[in-house]
Design a protein around this ligand. Sequence first.
Ligand SMILES: N[C@@H](CCC(=O)N[C@@H](CS)C(=O)NCC(=O)O)C(=O)O
Length: 219
Amino acid sequence: MTDLPILYAHPFASYCQKVLIALYENDTPFSLRMLDDADGFAELERLWPHKLFPVLRDGDATLIESSIIVEHLAQHRPGAVRLVPDDARAALRTRFMDRFFDNYVMNPMQKIVGDSLRAPEQCDPFGVAEARQRLDVSYRWLDSTLQDRRWATGDDFSLADCAAAPSLFYADWVHEIDRQFANVRAYRARLLARPSVARVVDEARPYRKLFPLGAPDRD
Ligand SMILES: N[C@@H](CCC(=O)N[C@@H](CS)C(=O)NCC(=O)O)C(=O)O
């Protein structure tokens, strides 16, 4: 593949940040198709009628779903950081932790944010309470899982950490990680200190005022 891949994304969107971190980890060249106008969304809809992003175009291939995009990068645009380990068992552990962060942290966090954008009569307090409960269980489980790990699966930064960074970043904003979960808080801090993550956080800084629940004065 010779042409630059094109990433349809917005820098403030959590699932886009997951892919941006993967790209920055390996200094992978790409061009950003910023989704901030009607033309961009029309292009996106032609690629993926659900109009969810990120989407990557690489040569003739259209990659949808952040995890699939990162897997594609690992296969076709590899770099020094192995985003998915070669060893099959280690790869499964990585994919499991990636699923954990998407399904049990990022999605409940998005539920809480999404609900805050709804008209009052369309709000879903039961669903939001469920999402908060799920985050509590996730924080507790993650705290014991991370006990002797530097990154999500051990010593090596991977796809799972790309998913962890934006999910824990925003989850802590909407449902603060309690001090008793010191391993989770320390892991979030390690993630934020990682240059690829720090870059993504900085690039999203100008959009913080758009955060519907109000961004806290930190991070
Ligand atoms: N499972 C998808 C989730 C993508 C997703 O929810 N993207 C958000 C931005 S972070 C989005 O497209 N939101 C627009 C909408 O919900 O209409 C993935 O992993 O890529």
